[in-house]
Design a binder for this molecule. Structure first.
Ligand code: MTE
Length: 311
């Protein structure tokens, strides 16, 4: 799979021992080239049933083909340029319209919430996709700790600003205004499929993937998955999101994966699975599913909304 192995979290910080042991043998099988799809259930969360039959993307591809503009705009820039980034110690500030505003130390937070593993299909707005075995926990578990007030309607997220460690935040040619910001409606954030990820394939999250903690919302385009989060704020008003600020006619607040609503400059009807064997047209191209295949679980969140308008 990959020659380099980052330091591993103790199993106690990741997942119950029985899951841990099964997972390690599964990763071994993956490294040996066996079909993971034959045993997807061992990655499923204990109390939920979010399985996918798709073959997970390799650790190598997941950690070398990235979007993280704080480290450069090329797909290989984040892996190459994030070596100086210090993901620990790390403080995550959660506040706004909550009863108990709290600053969490990242490792205290991780050990206070059971970590789960879930394989999610991820779809980028640029029409490529991956299947990623995330380690993390539902956002709801964090929100429960701070107790949102009744007036809270949205959750705003903010990435760290550290020009000294993030070359894309320095100099004249910065690609976008910092910090990178994102948001969800509170009921979206409370959906059990929406998680804060702290690892991939049982390994601690690497810098290029958004260490130490990033958002994962599998039914939305990848840009909603804000990385290296330092601040989460409960708000009454819809919070700004970076790509929407940059190009509002191209990137909406909702960003739900929708094959019927094209990006103004390209179709969103199909996607190319990274790492899959090249097909006739250069890449394993497949039809994109509404809500990235999670319609059964999440379509109800948008009942009655015009999804062409609220894209
Ligand atoms: N978060 C920050 N802070 N900066 C970014 O540039 N890029 C987004 C999202 N989160 C981005 C970010 C985009 S466009 C995508 S597709 C995903 O991260 C990519 O996540 P991955 O590299 O782990 O696959």
């Amino acid at each position: 799979m990959t020659a380099y192995r980052p330091p591993r979290l103790p199993s106690s910080e990741i997942t119950p021992k029985n899951l841990y042991l099964t997972r390690r043998s599964l990763i071994g099988a993956a490294a040996g080239g066996l079909a993971i799809a034959s045993a997807p259930s061992v990655f499923a969360a204990p109390e939920t049933d979010y399985k996918v039959s798709d073959k997970p993307t390799t650790y190598e591809d997941i950690t070398t083909y990235n979007n993280f503009y704080e480290f450069g705009t090329g797909k290989d820039d984040p892996a190459r340029n994030s070596g100086d980034f210090k993901a620990r110690p790390w403080r995550l500030e959660v506040g706004g319209l909550v009863n108990k505003p709290t600053v969490f130390g990242i490792d205290d937070l991780i050990s206070s919430i059971p970590q789960e593993e879930r394989i999610y299909r991820m779809r980028c707005v640029e029409a490529w996709s991956m299947v990623i075995p995330w380690v993390g926990f539902p956002i709801s578990a964090l929100l429960d700790k701070v107790e949102p007030l009744g007036s809270a309607k949205y959750v705003a997220f903010e990435t760290v600003v550290r020009p000294e460690e993030m070359p894309g935040q320095r100099g004249l040619f910065q690609s976008m205004p910092w910090p990178y910001v994102e948001g969800l409606r509170l009921d979206e954030a409370r959906h059990p499929l929406a998680i804060l990820a702290t690892g991939i394939y049982g390994e601690t999250l690497l810098n290029q993937n958004g260490a130490p903690i990033r958002l994962v919302v599998p039914w939305k385009y990848g840009f909603k998955g804000i990385k290296s989060i330092v601040k989460i704020t409960l708000t009454e008003e819809q919070p700004p999101s970076s790509w929407n600020l940059l190009a509002p006619n191209e990137y909406g607040f909702y960003a739900n994966v929708n094959p019927d609503v094209d990006h103004p400059r390209w179709s969103q009807a199909t996607e190319r699975r990274i790492g899959e064997a090249n097909g006739l047209f250069g890449g394993a191209r497949m039809n994109t599913l509404p809500f990235n295949g999670y319609a059964e679980e999440v379509a109800g969140l948008y009942a009655g909304m015009d999804l062409a308008k609220f894209y």
